[in-house]
Design a binder for this molecule. Structure first.
Ligand code: NDP
Length: 284
């Protein structure tokens, strides 16, 4: 069987074209949409991600500030910064970067992000709104998986989707989004007794575990669609996913590449959410 590449590049480009037009309209209406990145680490991967977000924002006409609180910032200092930015009328959108300083859990500080500016949907309020099926910002990676499937014309209603990973930023919100699309969802994790049995009966497998090569041909039934969310650094420094592409290719009907699959769509959706937050605040 030929395995189609479920690329995210064309979808990301289309989203970005729309976002840029909306950002220009906001700028012409008074002020460019503004994203604030709050950093409290000295992690190279986080610095790389912040830089790439800044470049994406700039390309789309979105202003982007970075507030660096340093790797020893206290929970109180992080919360104070997030609260201050939440009250600042010039800040439309806030993203808190991870990792956080040792001993600080994300939910300890993310609750200080104002829901209207929480463009990556990480605060307990945003996650609760999603679980309740109410409007709010949704974690961009989870939303990117659904948009990528829909873009490639893969139906979700009534289909069985196995999600491998149950983090608050990817696996759990993705399961909620898929349920809202009437999929039947199985959530797998590190304590799942027989992973291959759970994923092997699914129409769609989403790998979001952060483990190189976790999903191989034996985990996927013939004709299934496979979405690889994993972004892992291999020993040679390249970025690879969670799926052993060689063993899945020829068995799956479709596989999203890493890089070039979920990643660009995630960034595009984040930027779209920044513009949406700005439009919402201007219309209030
Ligand atoms: P976390 O480490 O927070 O969560 C990983 C999840 O995978 C956990 O639920 C864990 O289970 C589960 N898991 C780990 N090992 C296994 C295993 N052997 N079998 C089954 N399940 C397992 O990671 P994130 O959710 O933050 O990220 C997941 C991946 O997605 C990473 O590679 C990350 O880099 C990537 N990512 C990509 C993005 C993109 O834009 N493309 C954005 C965000 C993340 P348990 O809960 O039991 O520990």
């Amino acid at each position: 069987m030929d395995t189609v590449s479920l690329s995210g590049k064309e979808l990301a480009a289309a989203i970005n074209t729309d976002t840029k037009a909306r950002a220009i309209a906001l700028t012409e209406g008074g002020a460019a949409p503004r994203l604030v990145l709050v950093v409290a680490n000295d992690d190279p991967a986080s610095a790389w991600y912040v830089n790439s977000l800044r470049k994406s924002a700039e390309r789309l006409g979105i202003a982007c500030d970075t507030v660096d609180l340093g790797p020893d910032a206290s929970s109180a200092a992080i919360r104070a910064e997030l609260t201050e930015r939440g009250a600042d009328p010039d800040t439309d959108a806030i993203m808190l970067q991870t990792p956080l300083p040792a001993g600080i859990a994300l939910d300890e500080v993310s609750s200080a992000i104002a829901a209207a500016k929480d463009v990556d949907g990480v605060s307990p309020l945003s996650l609760g709104l999603l679980a309740a099926g109410l409007d709010g910002f949704v974690p961009a990676t989870a939303a990117a998986v659904v948009e990528l499937l829909e873009y490639h014309g893969i139906p979700l209603a009534g289909r069985h989707v196995a999600v491998v990973g149950r983090s608050n930023i990817v696996g759990k919100p993705l399961a909620q989004l898929l349920l809202a699309k009437d999929a039947t969802v199985t959530i797998c994790h590190s304590r799942t007794a027989d992973l291959a049995a759970s994923t092997g009966s699914a129409d769609i497998v989403v790998a979001a575990a952060g483990r190189i090569g976790l999903i191989s041909g034996e985990h996927v039934r013939k004709g299934a669609m496979v979405i690889d969310v994993g972004t892992n650094e291999a020993a040679d420094g390249t970025i690879v996913g969670d799926v052993d592409a060689d063993s899945v290719r020829g068995k799956a009907a479709g596989l999203s590449p890493v890089p070039g699959g979920v990643g660009p769509v995630t960034t595009a959706l984040l930027m779209r959410q920044v513009v949406t937050a700005a439009e919402n605040s201007r219309s209030n």
